[in-house]
Design a protein around this ligand. Structure first.
Ligand SMILES: Cc1cc2nc3c(=O)[nH]c(=O)nc-3n(C[C@H](O)[C@H](O)[C@H](O)COP(=O)(O)O)c2cc1C
Length: 183
């Protein structure tokens, strides 16, 4: 049976390196794992009044319905000021409510952080991980996916060609596939 895999990218930038990295990762998924890049840049900032007053933005409804159909999620995040970009945190918050109807509960996930710098988005990776613990999501633990110096990994077409790097990416995808197949 096909596994529907949501791909959430924490950068809205057209030329986003993180998005390019995500594109390289999804190519490594095996047959039967169907990736969908889910839009999160259109979600209004979470406001609990929308849910409490039954005035839910159409974008929330669509996002929640899309995520309900997913079997697992791959997060690709840059690091903003040593943390998760607001757009990604907002998507987590929107999907987590209304209370008791979280789309994230028990959904397997993997986190890949990417940075142009050397620290590899470690802060973003672990701040995101902290939220996923609370959201009751099983997350790939090893291998840890901190990607530093991403501009050196990507060619002008946004492709990763280095065999060693691709092998590392594949090991992360394999661990994710294992996790998804266990749920
Ligand atoms: C608001 C902002 C904050 C940033 N903070 C960090 C940071 O804490 N650590 C880091 O490694 N890079 C930081 N950067 C640099 C990003 O790694 C770099 O802009 C990267 O290209 C963003 O990912 P993208 O190419 O997918 O948009 C920051 C960039 C922005 C715009």
């Amino acid at each position: 049976m096909t596994k529907n895999i949501a791909v959430l990218v924490g950068s809205l930038r057209n030329g986003s390196f993180t998005k390019q990295i995500a594109n390289n990762f999804v190519k490594l998924l095996p047959e039967g794992f169907e990736p969908t890049f889910v839009e999160i840049g259109n979600l209004p900032l979470y406001n609990q009044d929308f849910d409490d007053e039954g005035n839910v933005p159409a974008e929330y409804t669509e996002f929640r319905a899309t995520m309900e159909k997913m079997d697992a999620v791959m997060f690709f995040t840059p690091e903003y000021n040593r943390s998760v970009p607001a757009v990604l945190k907002n998507a987590l918050d929107v999907g987590s409510r209304p209370y008791g109807a979280s789309v994230w509960d028990k959904m397997p996930a993997v986190i890949v952080s990417a940075s142009t710098g050397a620290i590899s988005g470690f802060g973003a990776n672990h701040h995101l991980r902290q939220s996923l613990v609370f959201l009751n999501m099983p997350v790939v633990q090893q291998p840890e996916a901190y990607l530093g110096g991403v501009t050196d990994m990507l060619n002008d077409n946004g492709q990763v060609t280095n065999e060693g790097t691709l092998g590392f990416f594949q090991s992360i995808v394999d661990a994710f596939v294992d996790l998804v197949n266990r749920y």
